[in-house]
Every structure is written in C-alpha cells, then in structure tokens.
Ligand binder design. Sequence first.
Ligand SMILES: [Zn+2]
Length: 282
Amino acid sequence: MIHNNILSIPLMNPIFKGITAGLRRCFIPVLLILIAASYDAQTVHSALASENPAAGARVLLYHRFGPTVADSMTVTTKVFVSHLEYLQSHGHTVVPLKRLVDAFQRKGPALPSKSVALVVDDGHITVYTEMYPLVKKGKIPVTLFVYPSAISNASYAMTWDQLRELKNTGLFDIQSHGYWHPNFKKEKKRLSPSEYEKFVDFQLSKTMKTLEKKVGGKVDMIGWPFGILDDYLISRAVKAGYTAGFSIEAHPFSNSDQVMKLPRYLLTNANKGKDFEWIFRD
Ligand SMILES: [Zn+2]
C-alpha cells in the first residue's frame, strides 16, 4: 500500500515521471529480493524454533551404590564404573544438570553434542563412600536431589558435613527432593484442600531454605519425590521459586518437554551392557 502511494504521487510532473520510471524499474527486483530474504529468514527461524538446543540430552538417575545389590535401587559400583567408561568411550560429555536446563530454556551456551547429566536422588551415604571417589577422580559434575529431614538424621543418609564437602569440590550441586520425601498422592487423599496446600508449600519452601542455609548455593530445581507431579504441584513449585523439575519418564529431552517435568532415566543394576546402551540409541 505504501509503495503504491509513493509511485503514484509524482505522475503529473515530468521530472518526477523519470524518477518514477526508475523507481518502478528498481522496485520490482528489490521487492522480489525482500520477499526472498523474508522467506529465508522465516525458514531459518522456524527451523530454530522447532529444534530445542537441549533436544537429545539425557539425564541418568541413580539412588545408591555398593559392592552388592542391597536393594532394588542399588547400582553396584562396578556397574556404575562401566557406565562411566561407556560414556567416555562413546563420545558423551557429562555436563552439570543446570547447564542442560539453561540450554533447554535457550539461556546458556551451546551444549556439546551427546550431552549427559548425572543425578542422584535421596542423599544416601553411598553417594559419599562409593560414588564420590570416582567422580572426583574423573572430575564429573553431579546433581543431588536430597530431602533435608534425613540428613544427619537417618543412618542411611549423608551428614550435613559430608554434603558440604561434596558441594565444596565444585562438582556437586545440591537440590530439592521435598522436605521428607513426601508422597503427594497419598497426602492429597488424606488432607483437606487447605491442609494439602499448606503441606505442599512447606515441603517445597522449607527444603529450599534449609538447603540454602546449611549447604549454600541456589536451590531452584526439584526432583519430584516418587516422580509424582501434576499441574497443581508445578504451579506451587513455580510460586515457591523453582525454575526446573524432574520426573522419572525415561526419554531424551525433546521439543515437547516442559521445564518443570523434564525426563530422567531411572537406573537399576539391570541397566548394564545392552540394557544401558539402549538409552543412547537415536
Ligand atoms: Zn527419592
């Protein structure tokens, strides 16, 4: 519309007529170039929009380690070593979980290809006795999702001193797993709506404050206890200040994932050899 007006204004004046003819000659090729450029920009833009920078990244979730399989959530230290060796020999790069989240939200620097993050739920003592020496040797970043009620309290859990020691290596990030590993599904049935709201807010906020006070660092990620989550829990977590949450859905990060329920592969001792390698198939 604007271009047509410009071309029609000077028609009465012969000087303008020459300019107008020139403009007309230039106008169509320029217009075609502009349309082509705009089409290219749109194509590039939609290609970028469709591919999340963290798509394909995997999060591996552990619980306990040890020389033997003490329970269903134990991965023997030997099998864990075989996981680390596989990652190294197949060109995977272990990055801090936070870095995956930043890339997912298009905030941080580009990820190395085949990025993987290691996380451990629950704060079990074998993280300190079995896993720590290995990740220290390999300088491997790890994120722990812990519930404060167990720390320096339950016999199977780490102490605050041990957690601080891990944090101070710069390799470990300590994040939230609720205050006492709540089962939100059970509590929702048991409590009135207002009691449930208070319960949820306590579990989310108290954990954050306690970990920040006792261990330091920013606590803004939650590993949902038992993998239980829904829209209500997510809305309360966002209100409390969480910026990322993790389920136990076993698949790589993808375009359709949401930041408050990012997937994690829950590993047991059965995940060795081919039963570990399947995680990394394209
Ligand atoms: Zn747990």
